[in-house]
Design a protein around this ligand. Sequence first.
Ligand SMILES: Nc1nc2c(c(=O)[nH]1)N[C@@H](CN(C=O)c1ccc(C(=O)N[C@@H](CCC(=O)O)C(=O)O)cc1)CN2
Ligand SMILES: NCC(=O)N[C@@H]1O[C@H](COP(=O)([O-])[O-])[C@@H](O)[C@H]1O
Length: 325
Amino acid sequence: MPMEIQRVILRGSFNPAVPPFQTRKARRDSTLTLTTPFLSEIGSSKWVSMKCDSSFYSDTLPTKRNLQCRNGAQKPECKGISDIEEDKPKAKIRRKNLAVFVSGGGSNFRSIHEATLNGTYQDCKFYGIIVLFLICWLLFYNPMVTYDADCGGAEYARGKGIPVIVFPKRKDTEEVFSAEDLVIVLRSFKVDFILLAGYLKLIPAALIQAYPKAILNIHPSLLPAFGGKGYYGMKVHKAVIASGARYSGPTIHYVDEQYDTGRILAQRVVPVLAKDTAEELAARVLHEEHKLYVEVSAALCEEQITWREDGVPLIQSKENPNDYR
Ligand SMILES: Nc1nc2c(c(=O)[nH]1)N[C@@H](CN(C=O)c1ccc(C(=O)N[C@@H](CCC(=O)O)C(=O)O)cc1)CN2
Ligand SMILES: NCC(=O)N[C@@H]1O[C@H](COP(=O)([O-])[O-])[C@@H](O)[C@H]1O
């Protein structure tokens, strides 16, 4: 690991006693490449990244067959054998790495992590290499970016042997670990995209500038309604119910410098029932969040996001590039 990173880690939260090592075994065959998780040890903390590396190289589809003609007549009469569209081999998609920022129960992080383990991201069989690289750092021994080292997400990560960085540092510590430092660490792992999943602090401008159009957040209401400062967790669902709204649901949006004002990428709708408690509504919305975030992060890795002229991001259908979600 470059000295710069070690310096950041030294200054931040780690005292590497053992130089980082990485073991990585990659088996590559014609269709599937699985890279076993690689483990690098930094001092008293372990960095583990779950790497789901599925590389499917789209076969070169049969080139256009000449139509068979029935006889040698001057003007060949062709018998209906359908043409097979000559297919340009699909460009191989560059592998992508994700970091997940958590500060609560971590159920969205868990569903994304489980998706890496159950091969959901490996279904991108028509696109080159999709790598879901869950990077999380815990002050002690599991990786996730959180400002609460004891949050449920960190507990889950701990159970899976995944390290976490506490960011921002708690006020009562002298350790300095700035947004710029965090960018250095994220760059060292070649992070392409950052997913906020219940992270409740304002992402600083330095991180947003370092990752333009590359930071997503999931919010538990249909933005722009019930969003912004003060709207998080159960506060959102209580406000939705108090308003009499008949529908709610999760929104995934790009992160800009204010809370919840970034461009909306995806939403799902759930009903708000007359007798719903905030907890019942929260559970209904969260169920949709888990599915939506896995779907959207996979589309992100597969480079299916396109931008409309007016700056609205769209998810292009894999089957038909003229369809958008
Ligand atoms: N630059 C951005 N940072 C963050 C965004 C964003 O859109 N842009 N989204 C939030 C997540 N979020 C809603 O989805 C959100 C989180 C927290 C708050 C909020 O009011 N927080 C309180 C502090 C809460 C605490 O410390 O426990 C506050 O700032 O007073 C609103 C919306 C993540 N970051
Ligand atoms: N405004 C941000 C916000 O309220 N985010 C919400 O926090 C919960 C985190 O759950 P999780 O930790 O179980 O994923 C999720 O419902 C997410 O939408």
